[in-house]
Design a protein. Sequence first.
Length: 197
Amino acid sequence: MNRITDLDKLLDGYRLSCLAEARQPKTVAWYSQKLSYFRQYLVSTNHSLDVTTIGPEDIRAFLTHLRTEVKKDALNPYKPAQTGQLSPLTVQGYARTLKAFFSWLVRDEHIISNPMKLVKMPDCLGRGFERAPQWPLEGLLQHLQGRSESICCPPGADYVWLACLAQNGVNRRSEASVSRLSPCERTHRFIGQTSRP
């Protein structure tokens, strides 16, 4: 079998595959935009566009480039570039896109092994948790219990609650059913769950 290894042809093939699998047009456009920038990065670093030559170190270098050199909104065609770095969530979006693309390459037998298996996904919650130690834990717990009027709890405390769930592996709808509990029950269930070995 003659495998296709040219990145440009494979990007078109991946787009077609996503459309054939009935992915939403906006999702396909999102993948295409992120993969197009990955291609631009490879060209700018004089890297071969043969997918068999792309390894984990190339992907790590790309993610580092996004994290350290690309300005906020610089890749967004609808907004002017701003000062500051891309958000960790944006960088993780690129990593997830690459993971999906390389998984497809393996599944369709264009490459033998997936270089993304050796790349740890970036932590998208890092920045939010840098501020968390400044928040009073008691205030957060009281906010989750619905008694936040006496202690000032930061805006976005619900985000921290969801981030705690995500960081502890609660990522399925059935596992997140604790959200239907009262705030007090939810807090006790979460604390009890995370204290188990």
